[in-house]
Design a protein around this ligand. Structure first.
Ligand code: AMP
Length: 279
């Protein structure tokens, strides 16, 4: 496994692989790797000849300086974890080298980026779009693997690829969970044991909404899920809504040819967590 921090060296490897006709699978991450990331990497290894993983905490996508500062950084153990996976190259650029000049381009994704995360984290999706575009140009992947956990991000990336004609297939991978149901996340490391306990209730609430949706309808089932969480004063809900997974617009009725999900964002012990359940 090559560990590369320079863009030029990465590009040389990419040219070599392309010359040999190998397909490239790409998994972009911000590090603090867990089994959710590993599940994406294994899927990439299953579908492609070589796997490239990037580890880069992208300052551009943080709308909150404190969140950026607190974001867990565990490069040494991340690299150790990746050693036992089928990873050809890990790209770990330094911020000042990757963004030698702060990008001036901003991206607006239209309605798909306006609700939920887009509304609550101004500039977040622009930062995601810029870093993913830059990484796609450098890595030139045949396929890129993203987690369904970040559902709106998934829709944003699909929009980016379609509107700007990136020649890459986006693969959505299922959310990997702890036994408790808690969606794995780098941010879980910032929670106490009690906080993790509470965080597992987010998934319970999503399951509740999902079970109730046919008998009660979508809005009432979301209200049941909200009422379930509200009983816990240490969970501060930002939203819990049914959405169309393609348009990321709220939905009140389930049209049969539309994929929907119940999405939640909440703060526990000052840590912002998101999760969803696609039905
Ligand atoms: P991050 O490092 O949080 O930016 O995530 C990197 C990639 O891993 C994104 O595509 C995420 O959606 C994905 N990911 C994060 N957590 C999970 C999880 N629990 N299961 C599956 N994929 C995940």
């Amino acid at each position: 496994m090559e560990i590369v921090s320079q863009k030029e060296i990465l590009k040389t490897h990419v040219r070599t692989w392309k010359g040999m006709g190998k397909t490239i699978g790409f998994v972009p991450t911000m590090g603090a790797l867990h089994q959710g990331h590993i599940s994406l990497i294994r899927e990439a290894a299953r579908q492609c000849d070589v796997v490239v993983v990037s580890i880069f905490v992208n300052a551009l996508q943080f709308n909150n300086a404190d969140d950026l500062e607190k974001y867990p950084r565990t490069l040494k153990s991340d690299l150790k974890l990746l050693q036992s996976e089928k990873v050809a190259l890990v790209f770990t650029p330094e911020n000042d080298v990757f963004y030698a000049r702060r990008p001036q381009v901003t991206l607006n994704f239209g309605p798909v980026g306006e609700e939920f995360e887009g509304k609550l984290r101004p500039g977040h999706f622009s930062g995601v779009g810029v870093v993913v575009s830059r990484l796609f140009h450098l890595v030139q992947p045949d396929k890129a693997f993203f987690g369904a956990k970040d559902l709106q991000q998934m829709a944003i990336i699909q929009t980016l690829v379609r509107d700007l004609e990136f020649d890459v297939e986006i693969v959505r991978c299922p959310t990997h969970r702890e036994d408790s149901g808690l969606a794995m996340s780098s941010r879980n490391a910032l929670l106490s044991k009690e906080g993790r306990h509470l965080a597992a209730l987010l998934f319970e609430s999503l399951k509740l909404a999902s079970e109730m949706r046919t008998s009660m309808g979508l809005p009432a089932s979301a209200s049941v899920a909200r009422a379930f969480l509200v009983k816990h004063p240490d969970i501060s809900i930002e939203y819990i809504n049914w959405v169309d997974t393609t348009t990321m617009q709220p939905v009140e009725k389930n049209d049969s040819n539309q994929e929907i999900a119940i999405c939640v964002a909440a703060r526990i012990e000052g840590v912002r967590l998101i999760d969803n359940l696609i039905v």
